[in-house]
Design a protein around this ligand. Structure first.
Ligand code: F6P
Length: 341
């Protein structure tokens, strides 16, 4: 079987390990060979391919980013569409597509599969927001990076007696904030799943300061105060029509300073959370997902993506994976909230 791989959407540490897992398994077992599409769906619709053999994937599982590039191209826009995808596949002798991506990518993959294009998927998101998988690769690395950054913010915050606000990614879910905030011992963690009043935030900050601590506030980019209708967004929409989030940390830091009199600084961790070496956990998960995705294709299990459930790799239909956002449950937030302030 000849499989074309693409990585689409925001990158995540572990993408290269998925590619290596699939390509090496195909080569070792003699069941499949691969080509890559450059920059996600763009490479497919524009017929921009690159060779992807054993040699190309040598030693890449420890590398961040993706060796085949990524983009937020929508395969149905411009010259794209089902006919174009079929034409490119046929001309290059490609039997199936392995699409590695998040919600937007898998939604496009589902639309193509529904129209008869043979596709298997691999979930990718540092946000950990896909319902059908317990964890997605990239999340563990992002949490590690954010935790390390917060440990650093705490020492400078302690030195100056300042309140430090750290904004993390996560889109509409608070997993990165919750895990990195707990790991760093934050005094306040603000997530999209829980709108919170500004008065409550200042109460926690003041209480930490009164105990002689330099308050650390971790805020997810998708968080909204209880008097805001939507998450803070000032950079328009992405190619899939979703708002680009970010800026809530910079917004609430001066408000905290004004209300409490505590000097406050905001830091937006941004894309640092997605860069660099994947953690060992992410490398193992990504490799297993790549290997399982190949098996999914060999079984002609089109329209399915591989997922981690407990410690097992399973396959689930795209529809199931797309149907539910993996939000932070109330009890997980309440557990962390006990230690705020
Ligand atoms: O989905 C991953 C993610 O990093 C989100 O946490 C964030 O909102 C978004 O992508 C940023 O996208 P971009 O890389 O296009 O700025």
């Amino acid at each position: 079987m000849r499989i074309g791989i693409l990585t689409s959407g925001g990158d995540a540490p572990g993408l290269n390990a998925v590619i290596r897992g699939a390509v090496l398994t195909g080569s070792q077992t003699g069941t499949a060979d691969f080509v890559g599409f450059r920059d996600g769906w763009r490479g497919l619709v524009e017929e921009d391919l690159l060779p992807l053999g054993r040699h190309e994937v040598k030693g890449i599982s420890k590398q961040g980013g993706t060796i085949i590039g990524t983009s937020r191209t929508n395969p149905f826009e411009g010259i794209g569409g089902v006919d174009r995808v079929n034409e490119v596949m046929k001309r290059n002798g490609i039997d199936a597509i392995m699409a590695i991506g998040g919600e937007g990518t898998l939604a496009a993959a589902k639309r193509l599969t529904d129209a008869g294009v043979p596709i298997v998927g691999v979930p990718k998101t540092v946000d950990n927001d896909l319902g059908a998988t317990d964890y997605s690769f990239g999340f563990d690395t992002a949490v590690g990076i954010a935790t390390d950054a917060m440990d650093r913010l705490r020492t400078t915050g302690d030195s100056h007696g300042r309140c430090m606000v750290a904004e993390v990614m996560g889109r509409h879910v608070g997993w990165i904030a919750l895990h990195s905030g707990m790991a760093a011992g934050a005094h306040v963690i603000l997530i999209p799943e829980r709108k919170t009043s500004f008065a409550q935030i200042t109460e926690w900050v003041t209480s930490a300061k009164d105990r002689g601590r330099a308050p650390l506030v971790v805020v997810a980019e998708g968080f909204a105060l209880d008097n805001m209708s939507d998450a803070h967004s000032e950079r328009g929409l992405d190619t899939f029509g979703r708002p680009r989030l970010g800026g809530i940390g910079e917004m609430i830091a001066p408000m905290i300073e004004d209300a409490t009199g505590i000097e406050t600084r905001a830091t937006t961790l941004g894309h640092i959370q997605r860069g660099g070496t994947p953690s060992a956990f992410d490398r193992v998960l990504a490799t297993r997902l790549g290997m399982a995705a190949l098996q999914c294709a060999l079984d002609e299990n089109w329209g399915h993506m591989v997922a981690l459930q407990r410690t097992n790799i399973v396959s689930v239909p795209f529809a199931e994976a797309l149907g539910k956002l993996n939000t932070v449950p109330d009890d997980r937030y309440d557990e962390a909230r006990v230690l705020f302030g």
